[in-house]
Ligand binder design. Structure first.
Ligand code: SIN
Length: 306
């Protein structure tokens, strides 16, 4: 069997195909469709220190080749997640990367300390990039604040730390650099692009929150560009995210500089897509005369100009 394992500093995965937070629930909903143990890992829906009802409906709308969501981090809270969801997730035979968000550093400290005490967690992904909640969960738009969150979590636990960054800034590079310097093992690039949808006949925005985050194939070229730009500037492992639905998409993200990828929106219409990509990966690697994903990561060849 092919060795598809990848290392992102301290985070080791059996293969580079992960499922993205918010697109897979807490996995239970997917039992009938997915071979969990075959996946590189699962990132469950973001949890916050306290339960959150999320934003008013409608909270999703389909757009051309994309999906706008304004969920607003709807979740039952960290303590309930740890007590009721995490034990089941940790029995699935794949890496579980817990995704957390908060408005205060103390909350990041507390959650990281609790997670440190739960055996079997592969890592923590910091959602510092949600476009749908105002008032401080979007630390990822500021390099200093983003680094502070990473430092808070690093000082509270020994688990690998991934910072999930926003594309809704002029350049992601300074933020990636700041979180890498603060000790992030990897960065996830990228969360959704802020957007909106309008029902012109009613003169109203479609989403209850007015604005939302765009994901799906519509954002793939934008995400690829950011992965490539960050990979050229910052020596930190990258997890690519943005409209991945086929093995071609996976290979493009690897070449652009990603060590692993997350499949997001595609899970909604093809929950087995992650399994399919794991199975197709060896043959795609072989087409580039490679047998491991790391032989392809960042190996894009840019023709000389002139
Ligand atoms: C949400 O819950 O609003 C989506 C999560 C995110 O974009 O980070």
């Amino acid at each position: 069997m092919a060795d598809l394992s990848v290392s992102l500093n301290r985070l080791k995965l059996k293969n580079p195909i992960l499922v993205a937070s918010g697109t897979f629930g807490y996995a239970k909903e997917m039992t009938a469709f997915v071979d969990f143990a075959e996946l590189g890992g699962i990132i469950p829906k973001t949890v916050t220190p306290q339960p959150r009802p999320g934003n008013p409906p409608p909270r999703t709308v389909e757009t051309a080749s994309g999906l706008l969501n304004s969920i607003g981090l709807d979740n039952d809270g960290f303590d309930q997640f740890v007590a009721e969801k995490l034990p089941g997730l940790l029995k699935l035979g794949t890496s579980i990367i817990v995704n957390i968000a908060a408005k205060a550093m103390d909350d990041f400290h507390r959650m990281a300390k609790v997670l440190q005490g739960v055996p079997g967690i592969a890592g923590i992904e910091l959602n510092i990039s949600c476009p749908n909640v105002s008032g401080g969960v979007d630390f990822g738009t500021d390099p200093v604040m983003a680094a502070e969150v990473v430092s808070a979590v690093r000082s509270s636990c020994d688990l690998p730390v991934i910072a999930k960054l926003t594309p809704n800034v002029t350049s992601v590079v300074p933020i990636a650099r700041a979180v890498a310097d603060a000790g992030a093992d990897a960065v996830s690039l990228v969360n959704t692009f802020q957007g909106m949808a309008i029902d012109w006949k009613k003169r109203r925005p479609i989403l209850g929150n007015v604005l939302g985050g765009l994901s799906g194939p519509a954002i793939k070229p934008l995400a690829l560009r950011i992965v490539w730009q960050v990979s050229q500037a910052v020596p930190v492992p990258i997890i690519g995210i943005g409209g991945i639905q086929s093995i071609d998409d996976v290979m493009e993200f690897l070449l652009a500089g990603a060590t692993a990828v997350q499949v997001g929106t595609a899970n909604f219409y093809n929950p087995g897509v992650g399994n399919q990509l794991v199975r197709e990966l060896p043959e795609a690697l072989a087409r580039l005369n490679a047998s491991t994903p790391s032989e392809v990561t960042g190996k894009l060849e840019i023709p000389a100009k002139g």
